[in-house]
Write a protein that binds this ligand. Structure first.
Ligand SMILES: O=c1ccc(O)c[nH]1
Length: 350
């Protein structure tokens, strides 16, 4: 259902307030050809209404001729900011960038954040943004889980379908996504509510079973028949199953890049207001599937790059795969069991 401009302006004001936007700060709204007009107009009204100096930087599309998918997350790496000093100067000179085009996983994004600019990604449809406006309770839950993940040296994931994966941890930072950017140099994604990190290079081993009903992104499909990945020394060395496995294999093979089979970020969903079933209610082109990435209790793993974590594995192929019914253990302590989050963080709504 659509959302009114008035309600969307209120949603932006909540998120910008949580992002500690102050009067007089410089906000640059980054847009591209698929930026949603209502998201853009209400963002600029809300930021202006809070006393910010508001710019807009509109950039052309890229990679259309290279990517098999139109989903902006499917093909990552070079962006319209690559080799664009004028665009980079504007964004590095801003206090806050509202990314309505999707820069995720680009070296340029890291460079902008290092300048102290904070950046909030927001490309889901307006009604999804409004339904999943973040709260301080979301931040508390992610931060509490992050304390455990920070200290962990091994993640062990199992499931009744047969997943049994062990990943060594500690070499890479955490990806804490709670939906607002309340510190200089912070990046986040509205909507979100999940926690992840990257396994130490070459130190993921075991089996991942993508079971019936688990989700492939950017395919935006619920798997019908099981796909079994054999993981050895950080790479999916075997992809077995039926039609879904063949479709996944055909897509990954199109990149002709062994790095596309590498295990990328691994973590779990912490957003109770996101739902596993939402993806079934949207056309592929309408959403990048953040409900699927964030629904509480999922085990979310991904294949492909780790450059945004400071790694050297740079491949344009990026696939996110949230699984249901998994048990995630950190150094033996379960943080989810059979697809349910185990935490004592009070979830009292704000
Ligand atoms: O917010 C996101 C979206 C995709 C992804 O792979 C990580 N974080």
């Amino acid at each position: 259902m659509p959302i009114s401009d008035a309600d969307m302006i209120e949603a932006w004001k909540k998120v910008l307030t949580l992002s500690e936007l102050k009067s007089g700060e410089v906000v640059t709204v980054l847009t591209g050809p698929v930026t949603h007009p209502q998201t853009l107009s209400t963002a600029m009204i809300a930021a202006r209404g809070m006393g910010a100096i508001v710019n807009r930087l509109d950039l052309p599309a890229m990679n259309g001729e290279a990517s098999l998918s139109r989903d902006a997350l499917a093909f990552v790496g070079d962006t319209p900011l690559t080799g664009n000093p004028a665009g980079m100067a504007a964004l590095k000179a801003s206090d806050l960038v509202l990314d309505l085009m999707l820069l995720l996983f680009s070296p340029e994004q890291g460079e902008i954040l290092e300048s102290g600019t904070r950046m909030l990604l927001a490309v889901e449809p307006p009604e999804v943004l409004a339904r999943l406006v973040p709260t301080m309770a979301d931040k508390r839950r992610v931060k509490a889980a992050a304390e455990k993940l920070k200290a962990a040296r091994e993640m062990h994931v199992t499931s009744p379908a047969g997943t049994d994966l062990r990943c060594a941890l500690g070499d890479y930072p955490l990806l804490e996504e709670y939906g607002f950017v309340d510190a200089p140099g912070r990046w986040d994604h509205w909507p979100s509510g999940f926690l992840a990190t990257w396994p130490n290079e070459g130190r993921s081993n075991g089996t991942i079973v993508i079971d019936r009903g688990d989700i492939l992104l950017p395919q935006k499909s619920y798997v019908q028949d099981r796909i079994t990945l054999t993981v050895r020394d950080g790479y999916a060395v075997k992809v077995e199953g039926g039609l879904d496995a063949d479709l996944l294999q055909d897509y990954i093979q199109s990149f002709n890049d062994p790095e596309a089979y590498a295990i990328s970020h691994i973590g779990w969903g912490l957003q109770d207001r996101a739902r596993w079933s939402v993806l079934s209610l949207y056309d592929r082109e309408q959403t990048i599937g953040m409900d699927a990435r964030a629904f509480a209790g999922n085990f979310l793993f991904s294949l492909g790059p780790n450059t945004e974590a400071g790694g050297t594995r740079n491949t344009p192929c990026h696939i996110d795969i949230p699984l249901r019914h998994c048990t995630v253990r950190l150094d033996g302590e379960a943080v989810t069991r059979d697809g349910k989050v185990l935490d004592e963080v009070a979830l009292a709504a704000e």
